[in-house]
Ligand binder design. Structure first.
Ligand code: THG
Length: 379
């Protein structure tokens, strides 16, 4: 590659930005108009640390959309097709958000902080605009804004030890997606058991952007006995585990049914929500496309810069959205968004990328079962 992406004031810096640079970040992406680390230059070490140790990730770019006011609960219910019954204070939930045509706009984690206060912890799309517009058009009595909140993820099997050392043994009893508001050395934050990996871990939602470096240093120090190191939302592990990456895996007119999110679309609800009619129709007709797991031949691939066109018997069947070489499956793997008629298990695919031709096959997901260990050397 012969160019670099220029930095500038349109893109925001995370409160951890200077610390990630000091720790040797080599690759950043831009997510919600903010720089977000994707690598510190050693893909294998970052993967191994996530699988067998503990890693700390600057995921401040997972911005929050805060909704406060007497209509907050009713409004949040209107925004997502997922039924929120049982969403107690202190609990989070993965909730797709769709437009009136049933198109997936984002796939945030929703946190209920108080009776009348919620956060959508968003993926990479402008939800603040959408949420505010719907609130005002519909006359809900709520205030909508982006608070000064910046998550850091601590992921991997040893994450629990690091977080327990910092906050106490109560964190061991937190259930998946539950959280607690607390503080450490005067830094306000939310400690949640969540994160974008299947290796277990926590997210610390820093609630004071001036204290990013202080929090980073504390986590690093508490993690030293466990060999903590910097990392980032892990591309290989997420393809293996089948975690959805909004706008990498999805198309602008994709419905949630294309990604197996149908179990989060509660069409039987009595109350109205955005996209109900369209989603009901799509559920009846079946989705146009499906995201499937694939394995394919050839020497190990690294990643794809753009989607690769996939063919079945010469006909265009869709696109391969993400590829990598899986250390645990010891094969090239990927996720492909295929027309439903080409998405059956066992379907044979051909595609080109990196100047090479590949032959692949649709296989069951997840590509690697959670809990699968790393292959031991020599085996
Ligand atoms: N944490 C926080 N915010 C986020 C993410 C996160 N915002 C952006 C992005 N990630 C949102 N997307 C996801 C996708 C998947 C999951 C979480 C956020 C996830 N999924 C589990 C799974 O697929 O197995 C569980 C889903 C369920 O059954 O409810 O965890 O990571 N703060």
């Amino acid at each position: 590659m012969t160019f670099q992406i220029a930095m500038g004031p349109r893109e925001r810096k995370s409160p951890y930005f200077n610390r990630t640079v000091a720790d040797g970040v080599t690759h950043m992406t831009i997510y919600n108009q903010m720089y977000m680390p994707v690598s510190y230059g050693d893909t294998a070490a970052e993967y191994n640390r996530l699988l067998e140790g503990v890693a700390m990730w600057d995921v401040a770019a997972q911005r929050q959309v805060e909704i406060i006011g007497p209509d907050a609960e009713r409004f949040v219910r209107y925004l997502t097709p997922r039924d929120l019954k049982g969403l107690e204070i202190g609990r989070g939930k993965y909730v797709p958000i769709c437009d009136h045509g049933g198109r997936l706009l984002n796939d945030p984690v929703l946190l209920r902080l108080e009776e009348h206060k919620f956060w959508f912890s968003i993926a990479d799309s402008d939800m603040l605009l959408w949420v505010r517009a719907i609130a005002n058009e519909r006359g809900y009595e709520v205030a909508v804004h982006e608070p000064d909140v910046s998550p850091m993820a601590i992921q991997g099997p040893k994450a629990v030890e690091v977080v327990a050392d910092l906050f106490g043994d109560w964190v061991r009893d937190l259930k998946h997606f539950w959280f607690k508001q607390t503080e450490i050395e005067g830094i306000p934050l939310v400690v949640a058991r969540s994160g974008w990996s299947k290796q277990g871990g926590y997210e610390l939602y820093l609630c004071d952007g001036t204290r990013g470096a202080a929090l980073w240093d504390m986590v690093k120090e508490a993690g030293t006995p466990f060999d903590i190191g910097p990392g980032a939302p892990n591309y290989i592990e997420r393809v293996e585990s089948g975690l959805l990456s909004f706008s990498a895996d999805t198309l602008p007119d994709s419905s949630p049914f294309e990604f197996g999110l149908g179990r989060m679309i509660d069409l039987d609800r009595d109350d109205e929500f955005v996209g109900k009619q369209a989603l009901t129709r799509i559920a009846e007709e079946g989705p146009e496309r499906k995201l499937v797991g694939i394995v394919f031949d050839g020497d190990p691939v690294t990643f794809n810069e753009h989607p690769w066109v996939a063919r079945v018997d010469g006909s265009i069947a869709g696109t391969v959205r993400a590829v990598c070489h899986s250390p645990r499956r010891q094969s090239n793997i990927g996720l492909a968004l295929l027309e439903s008629r080409f998405s059956d298990l066992g379907t044979k695919l051909e595609f080109k990328g990196e100047g090479r031709s590949f032959k692949g096959e649709v296989v069951p997901e997840p590509l690697v079962e959670p809990g699968t260990p790393m292959p031991q050397p020599g085996k």
